[in-house]
Write a protein that binds this ligand. Structure first.
Ligand code: BTN
Length: 307
């Protein structure tokens, strides 16, 4: 309902009465008023006159009603510990495929390998709950599909030269703009859910960070709408996941990667390996050629480009 009220207000761009809005949507004037009040409380600037309502300014918060066609599956929280925790709880309780948990900021944002993910206001932080009908051995293809989708979107829609560092970091001119992690639960040979958590530096301030992360705002020299970026990403990702089979995801992903044929260091919880990144197989496993010519297959780890 809120998205429809906003649509009417945006389309008319003048004062419009509660009766007119109510008649168009088949709801009472009082119900219109209640929605308007909630929108005002959510930071929409709507002026109220004796003749009705006028929208004068909107907000960039990714509220569910702003994500077209996904109102019932998007859950927005101004502040959370981590979207991963809420998404896991919801997935275990049976939430539907393509549920999205979004936070305005996170107080305990998680990165891969137990790192912290700095999640200040202005960035985009969300976890997607997926219930793919695939065997657990293919589940990694989904996160490769997510990084491929985001790299493609940044290149094609924003003209930002985004590349992917194995496994799923998105870099622009060598600096990190987005990171992803996933969690899976399965019963036997059936995936119950795969949750993909994505953090994108959109308009958040990174100036105090020691590592060389970068935001879309810094690259484009203007703020970018988080709600539009989220909508675009979800539409493009859903399209790939539902329309195509995932057999060729990694080969498409390779078109965007900057890791192959480079000297790299891989750090896992237990060991450090260095060598040449020879290939990534169709399930995302990295094939590393070591100095003695032998080959090592790496499924998880942190990757550092050495040259
Ligand atoms: C990484 O590069 O180390 C992965 C970063 C993943 C961050 C996202 S933000 C949304 C979701 N919630 C979290 O706590 N982490 C992921």
């Amino acid at each position: 309902m809120k998205s429809q009220i906003l649509h009417i207000l945006e389309k008319n761009n003048r004062v419009i009465s509660g009766d007119t809005i109510g008649a168009a949507l088949g709801i009472s004037r009082v119900s219109v008023w209640k929605h308007i009040r909630e929108l005002q409380e959510s930071d929409y600037k709507i002026i109220v006159t004796s003749k009705g309502y006028q929208l004068v300014d909107t907000t960039d918060t990714p509220f569910p009603w702003e994500i077209s066609g996904r109102e019932s599956k998007v859950h927005y929280f101004p502040e959370l510990g981590s979207t991963m925790d809420i998404a896991r709880e919801m997935a275990r309780k049976g939430c539907p495929h393509f549920t999205v948990v979004v936070a305005g900021r996170q107080t305990r944002g998680r990165g891969r390998l137990k790192r912290e993910w700095c999640s200040l206001e202005g960035g985009l932080y969300f976890t997607l709950v997926l219930r793919p009908k695939i065997s657990p051995i293919f589940s990694a293809r989904l996160i490769f599909c997510a990084s491929l989708t985001l790299a493609h979107l940044l290149n094609k829609r924003f003209s930002v030269p985004a590349q992917v560092k194995w496994p799923n970091d998105i870099l622009v001119r060598g600096r990190k703009i987005s990171g992803m992690l996933s969690e899976m639960e399965a019963e036997g040979d059936r995936v119950t859910f795969v949750n993909i958590g994505i953090g994108i530096n959109v308009n958040n301030d990174l100036s105090f960070q020691a590592d060389r992360a970068i935001s879309l705002r810094e690259i484009l020299k203007k703020s970018v709408s988080r709600k539009e970026l989220l909508s675009m990403f979800l539409d493009a990702f859903e399209n790939r996941v539902e329309q195509k089979n995932l057999d060729h995801v990694v080969s498409e992903w390779k078109q965007y990667t900057t890791t192959l044929n480079r000297k790299i260091r891989i750090v896992t919880q237990d060991e450090v390996s260095e060598g040449l990144a020879k290939d990534v197989d169709e399930n995302g496993t990295l094939i590393l050629e070591l100095a003695d010519g032998s080959v090592k297959k790496i499924v998880h780890g942190d990757c550092f480009h050495l040259g």
